[in-house]
Design a protein around this ligand. Structure first.
Ligand code: F6P
Length: 410
């Protein structure tokens, strides 16, 4: 293939599209996913720079292409954000996401030449949506909560924002092949066009974007009920539930009954292939899908031992794990970093699934999934609190999740 080039180690995803087309949603989700996979990633949102540098509440005319002062101010803001991103790359950032409309060829050519001059590969990510109902929903769900419209009555804010979009529409030019590498997401993912996508990170990003749902849904996480091994303080294994664990499984079914009433559709129940999670899910009316990828971290030669036995038999390993719990790999087993890679297909499935999801899992696995869903820094992942007999409910909001924990009596 003539366009193949040496693999660059710095990538800039440059968002393109009219306002309220889901650019920030994709930018944030992509950043969270890449960070979770271990790539140092940051979003540079030009709207935030604008609010900081020229003030939040600008009337729609500020965004008109016929307003020279507005255009000059917006260019200045875009440059400041770009220089910040370049500065971050110079200090070691691997991936930057430049979130703005970037809706003209001229602006994109400027960004591309500045970035490529610094050895940074540019991938344009354009979102196109022609359905006014979807645009209206995006405006109401996200823009009305923006500082741009704080204190302004909703209908006036919607009107102003639609006028802002109309200004952008007059100047908007879609990305064309001569502009380099791009991916276009059309009509909420109904159609995807990818051009000259090359290399592991851009290809992975495109695959992730392809699977994104715009519909938001609740995710519940719980560990299995107390197992025989939990009682004995042993790691790993495939033991059954203890009597207390069975009582938890029953309480869980009653708890989910109340949740089911408010759920907007059927709930997908997922377990691992180990007995303790399958047994915990067995009291729910839904038939569960058992994923091997959801099995607990493989403790290798330490499987079935207590932590005291591990310290005694493998003192060097015990100390090494305490030193670097994320990177430490049990002999013939896994590390948390390995676990994150193993769970990647589950994350894709979480994003793809259009129903609420209930996951009955294990301590380490749930820490890794929670770290993704809540965007926790990778170093914190192995220490996230994940107590037994607790349901974590994660309800999506504009750009993240609201968390509630329910400790069930059993
Ligand atoms: O102790 C229960 C358990 O699920 C073990 O099977 C697993 O090895 C452990 O938790 C993971 O937690 P940590 O990484 O803190 O040892």
């Amino acid at each position: 293939m003539p366009h193949r080039k040496a693999t660059p180690d710095k990538h800039a995803f440059v968002m393109v599209g009219l306002p309220a087309r889901g650019k920030s949603y994709i930018a944030r989700k992509l950043a969270r996913y890449l960070r979770w996979l271990g790539h140092d990633t940051r979003v540079f949102n030009v709207g935030s720079y604008r609010r900081e540098l020229v003030g939040a509440q600008k009337p729609s005319e500020f965004f008109s292409p016929d307003n020279p002062e507005g255009a000059a101010a917006r260019l200045k803001v875009a440059e400041v954000a770009l220089e910040d991103m370049i500065g971050w790359f110079e200090r070691g950032l691997a991936i930057g996401i430049y979130d703005a409309t970037n809706s003209t060829r001229e602006r994109r050519a400027f960004l591309r030449s500045r970035l490529e001059a610094k050895g940074i590969e540019v991938i344009f990510v354009e979102t196109i949506c022609g359905d006014p109902a979807v645009v209206d929903r995006n405006v109401r769900e996200t823009k009305l909560h923006s500082p741009d419209y704080a204190g302004i009555p909703p209908e006036r804010a919607v009107d102003d924002f639609l006028q802002r979009i109309a200004h952008y529409e007059r100047a908007y030019e879609t990305v064309t092949d001569d502009e380099g590498t791009y991916v276009k997401l059309i009509d909420e993912g109904d159609k995807l066009v990818a051009y000259r996508i090359d290399g592991a990170i851009p290809a992975r990003a495109v695959f992730f974007i392809m699977n994104l749902q715009t519909r938001t849904r609740t995710v519940w996480l719980t560990r299995h009920g107390e197992s025989v091994y939990n009682v004995e303080d042993r790691v790993g294994g495939d033991s059954e539930l203890s009597p207390r664990g069975v009582a938890y499984a029953r309480s869980l079914a009653a708890f989910m009954e109340s949740r089911r009433e408010s759920a907007e559709s059927d709930i997908a129940v997922w377990t691992s292939q180990l007995r303790r999670t399958i047994q915990t899910g067995s009291y729910l009316p839904e038939s569960a899908t058992s994923w091997r990828a959801l099995d607990e971290i493989d403790a290798g030669v330490c499987d079935g031992m207590t932590y005291t036995e591990i310290r005694r038999s493998y003192p060097y390993d015990f100390a090494a794990r305490a030193e670097d719990k994320l990177g430490y790999r049990y002999p013939r087993g896994e590390s948390y970093a390995d676990l994150i890679q193993r769970l990647e297909p589950i994350i894709i499935e979480v994003e793809r699934c259009n129903t609420p999801i209930f996951i009955v899992g294990h301590q380490a696995v749930l820490r890794a999934l929670y770290a993704y869903l809540m965007d926790s820094p990778p170093a914190e992942c192995p220490f996230l609190p994940m107590p037994l007999h607790t349901v974590i409910e994660l309800v999506p909001n504009a750009y993240g999740c609201t968390e509630r924990r329910y400790e069930l009596t059993c």
